[in-house]
Design a protein around this ligand. Structure first.
Ligand SMILES: Nc1ncnc2c1ncn2[C@@H]1O[C@H](COP(=O)(O)OP(=O)(O)OP(=O)(O)O)[C@@H](O)[C@H]1O
Length: 220
């Protein structure tokens, strides 16, 4: 597959398959194309050559996406619960159906946000905000969850908390995880496979085969 912005190639000859149910980490230096690959997976960027195929034989692939941490304004008007439910509001009906309410409850419960669900999102801590983004991504019951540097700028215990939630969900239900990060210890702890991106070279394999020297000092 080739991905480019106009005539500026970013990814050339990437041939990569993601095993169903795996927890795969994507590593690589700044600017190597990790977010570009995520954008292509999300359907925001079309490959200039090759293609992305979702070969799930049981059910269609449903993507969930947890973005990089962005601070939300303290005055942000929605409660955590309203924020989690945001993508369920369609058209003019300002209320949710019973079944949709249940999905919101489930996502809030899975991310340990029950106690603070009525709090304004702007008043939540960094880790709680990121769990709210995770809950929002879970609403459609995705079977492929993409986290794009979602733990960057969280402190160590919050990083682990977020990924422990993701790892638990991955084991509970048919869920594959793609996790873009610069954090090698976190990758080693949670992932089972890796994709290491370098300019025009891509290495994949089981996480045990990833050596620290392959990744470079900036990741450690
Ligand atoms: N919309 C765009 N138009 C043109 N070039 C872009 C665009 N977005 C990204 N790029 C360029 O594509 C290259 C890859 O960027 P990308 O954001 O995918 O890298 P990355 O590996 O995610 O980096 P980082 O670790 O810093 O987030 C960079 O050279 C970047 O400047």
């Amino acid at each position: 597959m080739k991905l480019a912005y106009g005539d500026k190639p970013v990814i050339q000859d990437l041939n990569f398959s993601l095993a169903q149910g795996s927890f795969t980490v994507i590593l690589g230096e700044n600017g190597v194309g990790k977010t570009t690959l995520v954008r292509a997976l999300l359907g925001q960027l079309r490959p200039q050559a090759g293609s992305i195929e979702f070969l799930n034989d049981q059910e269609p692939v449903k993507l969930g996406y947890v973005p990089q941490f962005r601070n939300v304004d303290e005055e942000y008007p929605l409660s955590i619960r309203e924020f989690v439910a945001l993508n369920l509001y369609h058209g003019w009906t300002p209320w949710l159906k019973k079944e949709e309410q249940k999905r919101v409850d489930w996502a809030i419960e899975q991310t340990n946000l029950e106690k603070i669900a009525t709090r304004q999102l702007g008043q939540a801590s960094g880790g709680e905000k990121q769990r709210a983004y995770l809950a929002q991504a879970l609403i459609e019951h995705p079977n492929l969850l993409i986290l794009d540097e979602s733990t960057a700028s969280l402190d160590v215990s919050m990083k682990y908390e977020l990924l422990e939630l993701v790892a638990r969900l991955q084991k509970q239900q048919p869920l594959s995880v793609l996790f873009v990060t610069h954090d090698l210890p976190l990758a080693k702890q949670f992932a089972d496979h890796f994709l290491l991106m370098e300019h025009n070279k891509y290495v994949t394999g089981p996480i045990d085969e990833l050596a620290v020297q392959d990744v470079g000092a900036e990741h450690v």
